[in-house]
Design a protein around this ligand. Structure first.
Ligand code: 13P
Length: 262
């Protein structure tokens, strides 16, 4: 089963509109003429989405700008109305947003998002034909306490509750061990592969072996240009979700290149 790798930059709360523009102009110059065999996605803060949409869809003809797709870092589980501070899926669609990161560990641990909230957001995203990048992962305490499999099983089962097989085909899963996020400690390729294979087996249990073989599972957590090749060579790892190392165009590009090199 060949799955197209997907490399997504999660900028978190970094880069307003002008820094977004600096990054994109540089990234498009560097990628011009390259044929990268991967989906490339950038998730800026909400406030930078309009500038990013304009840069990728209007201002850079001939620079293969359409090869870069846009993600949001979150969305509301509601349609519209009295939800101060929230952004709806239809608002995102106006800015060529195709993906939305949901269930990130920072949303879970800092903003209290539960599996049920994440499940509601995944459903809302699918209603608007947005592709969720559905994040899961265990803390160090959970791993060391022997709870890796039970934590991942709960997150996957509850997050994907009542999600159809058809919708699953438009969902990307991101395995991000919390202890590897922003710490400089990358999971070893053995640890990552083992967790990815387990997640794929969970999907097989829920949907059957064919959907499980098709679903893309990204690794996230301190991915750097130097670690991308080894991680991406693992049979169940289908790309990366990158924080810090995707804030610089050159290092994001090197991760994509190293991660897709045959
Ligand atoms: P880092 O690459 O900075 O560890 O962040 C990973 C992450 O959380 C991506 O969503």
């Amino acid at each position: 089963m060949s799955r197209k790798p997907i490399f997504a930059a999660n900028w978190k709360m970094n880069k307003g509109a002008s820094e977004t523009e600096d990054f994109i102009q540089s990234f498009l110059n560097k990628t011009q003429g390259l044929n990268l065999a991967a989906d490339i996605v950038i998730a800026p803060p909400f406030i930078s989405l309009p500038r990013l949409a304009d840069l990728l869809h209007n201002s850079n003809p001939g620079k293969n700008a359409h090869a870069v797709q846009i993600a949001a870092q979150n969305c509301s589980q509601y349609d519209s109305g009295a939800y101060t501070g929230e952004v709806s899926v239809l608002m995102l669609r106006e800015f060529f947003v195709h993906y939305v990161i949901l269930g990130h560990s920072e949303r879970r641990s800092i903003f209290g998002e539960t599996d049920a909230v994440i499940n509601a957001k995944i459903k809302k995203a699918r209603e608007a034909n947005l592709k969720p990048i559905f994040c899961i992962g265990e803390t160090l305490e959970e791993r060391e306490g022997g709870k890796l499999e039970s934590v991942l099983k709960t997150q996957v089962t509850e997050g994907l509750k009542d999600i159809s097989e058809k919708d699953l085909s438009d969902i990307v899963i991101a395995y991000e061990p919390v202890w590897a996020i922003g710490t400089g400690v990358t999971a070893t390729s053995e640890q990552a592969q083992e967790a990815h294979a387990f997640v794929r087996s969970l999907i097989a249990g829920l949907y059957g072996s064919e959907p499980a073989a098709k679903v893309r599972i990204q690794y996230g957590g301190s991915v750097k240009p130097g670690s991308a090749a080894e991680l991406m060579a693992c049979p169940d790892i289908d790309g990366a979700l990158i924080g810090g190392a995707a804030l610089e165009p050159q290092s994001f590009l090197e991760i994509i290149k190293n991660g897709t090199a045959e």
